[in-house]
Ligand binder design. Structure first.
Ligand code: NAP
Length: 152
């Protein structure tokens, strides 16, 4: 199905008042532009995979920052399987976690939040401890040097 047809269905829902705002997922830069052409300012978010292990959506993140629309990293900790190995596979994140006295998960989310003001990571969790810990990332401010090391 042509992408414009899928987005056209969302435009119809907006026009009918069924939904007030629209978000798209797993879109590349040209699809974001196509969706924006059809939906205008009613396109408010893009949800793509982004984490220490999966960075190929960096271009879409930057494009959303330029457009001023929210970028929601999905599986921001590497997914249910990958989150367990975050510290082992991404040593820089554990190093910064040791420096700031926070969990590697909090540091990962704080790093994503620091990349642009429009970034809103959506971590999953089944345990209350995970949720409380991840929520703390909003108060964790990393230095520019720490952000640069994690981004490298
Ligand atoms: N748009 C799409 O195509 C798409 C595709 C996949 C996923 N998603 C969305 O992405 C969101 C999250 O993805 P996800 O759950 O797959 O991956 P994730 O958020 O990267 O990882 C979830 C895992 O991280 C663990 N975790 C989270 N916070 C933690 C913390 N502070 N300390 C220790 N462990 C922590 C959780 O453990 P516990 O369970 O033990 O708490 C869980 O195993 C969901 O809302 C999902 O719907 C979207």
């Amino acid at each position: 199905m042509p992408y414009a047809d899928s987005i056209g269905a969302i435009r119809d829902l907006l026009d009918e008042g069924v939904i007030l705002m629209a978000g798209i997922s797993n879109a590349d830069v040209s699809q974001i532009d196509e969706a924006r052409e059809i939906l205008g300012g009613r396109l408010v978010s893009v949800q793509n995979q982004f984490s220490p292990a999966f960075r190929s959506s960096q271009g879409e993140l930057e494009h959303c920052a330029e457009l001023g629309i929210a970028f929601l990293p999905w599986s921001p900790l590497g997914g249910i399987a990958g989150a367990k190995d975050l510290a082992d596979r991404h040593g820089a994140f554990q190093e910064v976690a040791d420096e700031v006295g926070a969990s590697v998960y909090q540091v990962t989310l704080a790093w994503e939040l620091a990349l642009a003001p429009i970034v809103i990571p959506i971590p999953g969790a089944s345990r209350p401890e995970s949720i409380r810990d991840s929520a703390g990332a909003t108060d964790l401010v990393l230095t520019a040097d720490q952000v640069a090391r994690l981004s490298a």
